[in-house]
Write a protein that binds this ligand. Sequence first.
Ligand SMILES: Cc1ncc(COP(=O)(O)O)c(C=O)c1O
Length: 307
Amino acid sequence: MMALGLKPGDEVITTNFTFIATVEVVELLGLRLVLIEPDSNTFNISVEAIKKAITPRTKAIVPVHLFGQCADMEPIMEIARQHGLHVIEDVAQATGADYRFSDGKEKKAGTMGIIGCTSFFPSKNLGCYGDGGALFTDNDDLAALIRSITNHGMKVRYYHDTIGVNSRLDTIQAAVLRVKLRHLDAFNEARQQAAAHYDRELSGLKGMTIPFRAANSTHIFHQYTLRVTDGNRNRLREYLENEGIPSMVYYPVPLHMQKAYSHLGYGTDDFPVTTELTNQVLSLPMHTELDNEQLEYITGCIRSQFK
Ligand SMILES: Cc1ncc(COP(=O)(O)O)c(C=O)c1O
């Protein structure tokens, strides 16, 4: 957003159903954060809600490819084109996912908007051994500017043409990622196999919905997130914990209810879809090393609660 020259007062539209990191920079730069609802099936930013949120001050849309599945990028890119807006993709949870356009062409998550942003936090599909991240762009001038911003605004050492930050990727992390990148597709396939096992065992249970598979995106299952629709989400979570199975609610407090963001002035009832998802979602263990025995144990425990 610094590289794109966004200025205080410019509006940035993003989904209310995401991790806080998506929106922090909007606030840090004094931009105006416009939160909108996700789609209740895919959990990703609602295209209809984007259309309604655009004003003459809108400058950017930030779709987040939540839990490993791409937001609906074709209509989002079209809306952006019509209104002259930047699209900045948050790819932190979907590195390696593919989006298919209606003409059959496929693109990787993070390569459709003007900039894609990812995270290499160790739990991510492509994780390093500490903290790290990267931006993707195919615009050379923008890439050079971003490189300088991440290094205190320098292109030539000690000559600061731009206001920058220290956001360099540690060499040790780059070395880890250089090796792990070769295995990314295999890592994602291992997650997909675990997800297929969950799907098989958990589909059709009354009071529970398995993750929705969008027709135009692969799902690389950063998270395998159920919806527990019978009001028993917290009870199920407690039961699983007692059986030694970790689960997690992403995210327990939606952005519009976060203390640090209360100045935005949103009310409790402003986001019914987000609120419903917040009350229903439950993410099961998901990583590359889940074996059949573990998956059977987890799904067996869950099935015993949903007869
Ligand atoms: C959707 C989303 N965006 C952004 C981030 C930010 O990642 P980091 O903590 O590496 O800045 C994360 C990771 O936690 C995330 O899940």
